[in-house]
Design a protein around this ligand. Sequence first.
Ligand code: ATP
Length: 133
Amino acid sequence: MSVSKMQLDIVTPERKVYSDEVDMVITRAAEGDIGILPKHAPLVSPLKITAVRIKKDGDESVIAVSGGFLEVRPDKVTILAESAELPEEIDVERAKAAKERAESRLKSEDGDQKRAELALARAMNRLDIANRK
Ligand code: ATP
């Protein structure tokens, strides 16, 4: 591995979504936004419903993740996500429908509000990332 890069793996229970050597990873951990460069101090943290921004050779790509865990080691970043999608994999109509379902559940004020809030956050995160394409 080159000196200035680190290995990034993003996996879900179903599949490996991303695996490559990268220059920088920017995402939102439980304690706040974090930018990770090679040789970062070891760290384990829960991950928010958020974007993972990846910088590699002057290009930036983005992946939608729906919570999970972030593990940082000096030469390797591993993200274990509940679900993760590349922008081109995101079904915008499905995310819009999920957003509307969650909003009407929140308005009706019955049922599981926390669950509806999380579904809304996943849908809005997917729509935001699909729009960055
Ligand atoms: P929905 O209500 O539409 O199922 P959800 O937020 O409940 O959305 P998840 O439980 O987060 O869905 O994900 C279930 C599976 O479906 C995962 O594999 C995830 O990657 C995929 N998925 C969910 N929504 C989308 C979408 N809009 N486009 C592409 N894949 C999606």
